[in-house]
Every structure is written in structure tokens, then in C-alpha cells.
Ligand binder design. Structure first.
Ligand SMILES: C[S@@+](CC[C@H](N)C(=O)[O-])C[C@H]1O[C@@H](n2cnc3c(N)ncnc32)[C@H](O)[C@@H]1O
Length: 234
């Protein structure tokens, strides 16, 4: 499928190293409305998360970056064809060398994960999914330096990597303020969505989301969460 049609925008994903998937659908749906002015999307791919975020926050300005030229070109096209072209800028940047004078009050990323079971030999697919653990430190150091004092930073991670990633995040002054445990089916937690802030929260908010019901269809809670985005009735 080349185009993925959302309710209010479409994503051309022809040749994208990462097609629109459940992780993006969940993270984009969970990032809430807020009084954000500037946002940064790290590893934008087709631009899907930036578009979901601007749909909810039509006054925001989002800078989206990606290391991959073909992804940048697709995101650019998808932004241009949306209702929010003026709010969205995409740049070809390697985040580890990205320099900006801007401070962001919202940062979000469906980051390249380190996958031990990676079967792909394509280097584009690898850079979509693979982040060496050596770089975790730089990833959080840079993210924290670009986040405003009251800003929020949203990530989706494999559940098995949660401890490793959050340990490094904490070492750069990022505090967990909410956790959403993502279950494919009832008994299988495979992803976690984490919201970080610089300020220590009074209490960490914890909740869970089950994507599939017992019959293998989408659960009611998943349908409700994503209903403003899915172009078709699930
Ligand atoms: C898991 S994909 C997510 C794509 C999209 N945001 C989504 O949710 O569908 C990770 C993205 O990070 C990009 N990426 C990998 N390494 C990067 C780096 N060092 N700097 C910027 N982007 C990078 C990849 O090209 C890929 O588009």
C-alpha cells in the first residue's frame, strides 16, 4: 500500500524505510493537546507523527528531522499536501550532529530501536530500526539540552529496553512522568510509551493499552484512542 489515508491527511510512503505502523499510531494518538509553541520530531520518517501532532495542536510549529534523504523528501511532500504545511518544516539531519538555537516545549520520537532479532540487511532499514547503545547517551543528552524547562518528551520503546533507556534518560535529568504499557494481546506487553519532564512529578501516571481483543480484532480502547486519525472504521 503506497498511500496510508488518515481521516484528515494522507501519507505517501512509497519507498519509505519505515511505513506507518501501530507504534506511530499509538504514540501519535497519545501525545496530548497542549500549549506547545515549538516541537521537534526526531526521526520523522514519512512525517506521520508530526502530522498527527499538528492535527491536535494546530497552532504548533514542528521541526522534523531525519537522516534519510528519501524519507525527508516523502515527509516534505506529505507536509505540503496537508492542511498544516505552514506549521511543518523538515530537514535532512543526523540528530547526533543536529545543531539548533531553538528550545522545544515538546519533543517526540519513535526512535530507531536496537533490535537483537533484526533480520534485515538493508542499511536504510537498519538506520530506521537500529540505534547503537553507545549513542543512547548522546541521544538523551541532546534531547535534554533542547527541551525547555517545562517541556515534555514523548517516546515509544520496546518494553524489554525500558530499563536501559530510562536509566540513561535519568542520568541527563529527565524524569518519568507518565508510562503507558502497550499490550499486543492481554498477556504480552511489548511496547511502552514514556513521557519525560525535567521537573520531578508529584506522582508517575501509569496506565495500559491492549491493542487486540481475544478474537484478534482491534480492542475498543484502541479504536477509541485512534478514532480521530484512522481514515476507515476499524
Ligand atoms: C522507527 S523509524 C520512525 C519513523 C516515523 N517517525 C514513524 O513513527 O513511523 C526511525 C526513523 O529515524 C530515522 N533515523 C535513524 N537514525 C537517525 C539519526 N541519527 N538522526 C535522525 N534520524 C534518524 C530513520 O531514518 C527513520 O525514519
Amino acid at each position: 500500500m503506497v498511500f496510508f489515508h488518515f481521516k484528515h491527511f494522507s501519507i505517501n510512503q512509497e519507498g519509505a524505510s519505515m511505513k506507518v505502523g501501530t507504534d506511530a499510531m499509538i504514540l501519535g494518538s497519545l501525545i496530548p493537546e497542549g500549549k506547545y509553541v515549538n516541537a521537534l520530531d526526531i526521526g520523522t520518517g514519512t512525517g506521520v507523527l508530526a502530522l498527527m501532532t499538528v492535527q491536535k495542536n494546530p497552532k504548533i510549529s514542528i521541526t522534523a528531522i531525519d537522516i534519510d534523504a528519501a524519507n525527508v523528501s516523502l515527509a516534505n511532500e506529505n507536509f505540503k499536501n496537508s492542511l498544516w504545511n505552514k506549521n511543518l518544516t523538515v530537514k535532512k539531519e543526523n540528530f547526533f550532529f543536529f545543531k539548533t538555537n531553538q528550545i522545544f516545549d515538546l519533543i517526540f520520537s519513535n526512535p530507531p530501536f536496537y533490535l537483537t532479532d533484526l533480520g534485515s540487511s538493508s542499511s536504510r532499514k537498519l538506520s530506521s530500526k537500529h540505534l547503537s547503545s553507545d549513542f543512547l547517551d548522546v541521544f538523551f543528552e541532546k534531547s535534554a539540552s533542547m527541551l525547555s524547562n517545562n517541556g515534555v518528551f514523548w517516546l515509544i520503546l520496546p518494553y524489554k529496553d525500558f530499563d536501559e533507556w530510562t536509566l540513561v534518560a535519568r542520568s541527563h535529568g529527565l524524569k518519568i512522568c507518565s508510562l503507558i504499557y502497550i499490550y499486543g494481546k492481554e498477556s504480552n506487553c511489548n511496547r511502552i510509551v514514556v513521557e519525560f519532564k525535567k521537573n520531578t512529578p508529584k506522582k508517575v501516571k501509569e496506565s495500559s493499552l491492549i491493542i487486540r481483543d481475544k478474537k484478534g480484532g482491534y480492542s475498543e480502547e484502541y479504536k477509541i484512542l485512534t478514532k480521530e486519525f484512522h481514515g476507515v472504521n476499524l
